[in-house]
Ligand binder design. Structure first.
Ligand code: FAD
Ligand code: NAD
Length: 402
């Protein structure tokens, strides 16, 4: 009998968890499982801000996919997905094509620039390993030029957005400044980190007491906040911002755009009904009208029944979706058992403020300072444990807690 072909696209949090669950659930004789990813490695997106700031080397953040999956049960193809043809049950890759019986789309997110002029050309984004590495190298190069050219904009880093990504990045960078100042013989007072946020507060929607803690601690480390100020344009020389009617240019050689994400645009290009790259899935995590196509991670859009708004795209929800999708595929393939409705179990949010500080709400309780920072490392290690057991935690985990 022909074995069903299950194809997973994208080795992010959602795709990896789905794959390792599927490999546990199916024997080789039951199904052919294929995982496709553009890189040979999986990376923990939640650590990219550290790579971008240069406080953690990117090799700590990524792991070789073939070291995590069981290659006797899962075929791994390193290639780029260029199109999905759900009507023909085919996926077009850059170098080949695949047929599937069941498809999992977990192609993650990309930066959303909202059409703001000049951002694509003049700003960096923290969206993957390549982007993070580029930011780190660029900052170091600009800082190395300062002693020669003495232009202030070489030492000015502008970060667009004080959401979780923006805050976590400026915190890491602020921690690294003393080391950079020493390394490149720089005048400390000339180094500026400017964080520009359009909303009336940093971390809009988060607990105000924790936000105040974060802003105060970061200001003490030299971060300048421009709250209620929107980035209007990025140019060769820096950015144009506006607060009400006041328009200002901030000269900078390094602009990092951390002010929004969207789902991978390939999703809507492939004809799925999607909102900014995210497919509003049915209760079993399937694309509407396609009972053979399951969606995980940032490619999926789920409405929170408590406030009628989409859940923010996070690794936490992507991991839980991976478990659900693997189960629902097993039930569908075998034609036995019950499909499970996906229900998000929100355990909270922790935002790091460097390696030794943070803020968060965990199981409904506020945490800050070193406790939040320890909690964040526990969360990171838990993911590695779910993915590859204790050995992966020992190999790649964050084991230095203080
Ligand atoms: P992703 O992790 O985005 O991975 C997608 C995968 O698909 C990648 O491997 C990519 O290489 C691959 N891919 C993309 N396009 C193609 C293609 N065309 N062909 C083949 N492969 C492709 N969430 C939290 O819950 N907690 C946090 O602390 C947290 N911190 C964050 C910090 C930062 C700096 C950022 C940017 C995000 C953070 N998030 C956090 C959000 C979280 O990282 C995302 O929600 C999560 O990564 C989404 O996972 P995913 O499975 O959808 O895919
Ligand atoms: P976000 O959308 O959450 O935040 C973007 C911020 O940029 C917002 O505060 C917004 O007001 C601001 N902004 C938008 N346009 C602007 C403009 N023109 N000028 C200035 N500011 C502007 O994006 P993010 O921080 O990248 O987060 C993406 C997703 O990843 C979210 O779901 C988030 O929860 C998740 N995440 C979680 C963590 C964590 O749990 N520790 C860390 C990082 C990201």
């Amino acid at each position: 009998m022909r074995k069903p072909k299950i194809v997973v696209l994208g080795a992010g949090y959602g795709g990896m968890i789905t794959t390792v669950r599927l490999q546990k659930m199916f024997s080789v004789s039951e199904a052919d499982i294929t995982l496709v990813n553009n890189n040979s490695y999986h990376y923990q997106t939640t650590w990219l801000h550290e790579n971008a700031a240069g406080t953690l080397h990117h090799d700590k953040t990524r792991l070789n996919i073939k070291d995590v999956i069981d290659t006797s049960k899962v075929q791994f193809i390193q290639d780029t997905v260029v199109d999905i043809k759900p009507a023909e049950k085919r996926v077009i890759l850059h170098n080949s094509e695949l047929e599937y019986d069941y498809l999992v789309v977990g192609l993650g997110f990309e930066s959303e620039t909202f059409g703001i002029k000049g951002l694509k050309e003049h700003a960096f984004s923290i969206a993957n390993i390549n982007g993070a590495r580029q930011i780190r190298d660029h900052i170091e190069y600009m800082f190395s030029l300062y002693p020669i050219e003495k232009r202030d904009e070489l030492l000015t880093v502008v970060v667009g957005g004080a959401g979780f990504t923006g805050i976590e990045f400026v915190a890491e960078l602020a921690n690294r400044v003393p080391e950079l100042v020493e390394e490149y013989d720089l005048p400390r007072e000339k180094v500026r980190i400017v964080c520009v946020e359009a909303a009336p507060t940093a971390l809009p929607g988060f607990d105000p007491e924790l936000v105040e803690y974060a802003v105060k601690h970061l200001e003490k480390k030299g971060v300048e906040f421009r709250i209620g100020t929107a980035i209007k344009e990025a140019t060769e020389d820096g950015i144009i911002v506006a607060k009400g009617d006041d328009v200002e240019e901030i000269k900078s050689e390094t602009v990092v755009w951390a002010a929004g994400v969207r789902g991978n645009s390939l999703v809507e290009q492939s004809g799925f009904e999607a909102m900014r790259g995210r497919i509003k899935v049915d209760e079993y995590m399937r694309a509407p009208g396609h009972d053979d196509v399951f969606i995980v991670g940032d490619s999926a859009l789920i409405i929170n029944p408590e406030n009628d708004r989409p859940y923010p795209p996070t690794a936490q929800i992507a991991i839980q979706e991976g478990y659900n999708v693997a189960h629902n595929i097993a039930v569908t393939v075998r034609g036995k058992g019950e499909l499970e409705k996906f229900s998000f179990d929100n355990k909270g949010t922790v935002c790091s403020l460097g390696h030794d500080d943070g803020i968060g709400v965990v199981f409904g309780k506020k945490v800050f300072g070193w406790k939040a920072s320890v909690m964040k490392k526990v969360i990171d290690n838990r993911y590695l444990f779910l993915l590859g057991g204790p050995l992966l935690v020992l190999k790649k985990g964050k084991l230095k807690f203080f």
